[in-house]
Design a protein around this ligand. Structure first.
Ligand code: ZN
Length: 232
């Protein structure tokens, strides 16, 4: 089999961990990239290392495929500010009709930085957890946006850039199901115990679906999806 390489945008959350498993089951070499953009809560980034370590230990076939992990600083997003993810402010609907958790330009910057890193690493296939089904209407998670960014990057780098978004059309219950299909109960358990979705970065309160504050919109989505997945 000829070598195929992918670079996964890996934040340490449920979605990007599922995307990582998806990539590991399809590509022969998989590298990961995380972004530090001045998130108020570091728990998601702290989870990355633990998840990679456990993935390597529990899934030897994936361990053989898992390549380098990269961290890039995109502090410009914190400097621009105005988001509940980078500043202390309430999570609610903003005047623009989007939740205050929206970080303008985030996914465009992430994809641009990942494509540039991929250019240096000889990787044309990017994998991201963008999803347009049950997210909060973030315009940069939409399929049309991601396709347009991939096209712009292909032009800008004069080299093919493909962005795979395995979660684009699925809901949170299907994301749990996909993890189950890819890595069975072990992967579901890993995602439950170690990934961080909560907007508050809560690692204190333990639920059947994992850790989180239990009340923020991200916890709400994760909990509802989990209950639907287990048929509760
Ligand atoms: Zn929460």
């Amino acid at each position: 089999m000829s070598e195929t390489k992918a670079l996964v945008l890996f934040s340490g959350g449920q979605d990007s961990t599922t995307c990582l498993a998806w990539a590991l089951s399809r590509f022969s070499v998989v590298e990961t990239v995380g972004f530090n953009y001045g998130q108020r809560h570091r728990t998601e980034l702290e989870a990355r290392g633990r998840i990679l370590t456990i993935l390597r230990r529990w899934f030897p076939a994936w361990d053989a495929r898992l390549g380098d992990d990269h961290m890039l600083d995109l502090d410009v997003l914190r400097q621009i500010g105005g988001s509940a993810l980078t500043e202390s402010m309430a999570i609610e609907m903003g005047k623009d009709g989007l939740p205050t958790t929206f970080v303008p330009g985030r996914n465009v910057l992430f994809l641009s930085a990942a494509a540039a890193l991929g250019y240096r690493r000889g990787i044309a296939d990017l994998v991201g957890g963008m999803c347009e089904t049950d997210y909060s209407g973030y315009p940069d998670c939409r399929e049309k946006t991601v396709a347009a960014v991939a096209e712009a990057l292909t032009l800008a780098l004069a080299r093919r850039v493909t962005v795979h978004t395995p979660l684009m059309a699925v809901d949170k219950a299907q994301t749990w199901r996909l993890a189950d299909q890819l890595g069975g109960k072990a992967l579901v358990d890993l995602i439950r115990e170690e990934t961080v979705t909560c907007y508050q970065g809560d690692r204190e309160h333990r639920h059947d679906w994992g850790y989180g504050c239990g009340v923020c919109p991200a916890c709400d989505l994760r909990a509802k999806g989990y209950r639907k997945y287990v048929g509760a």
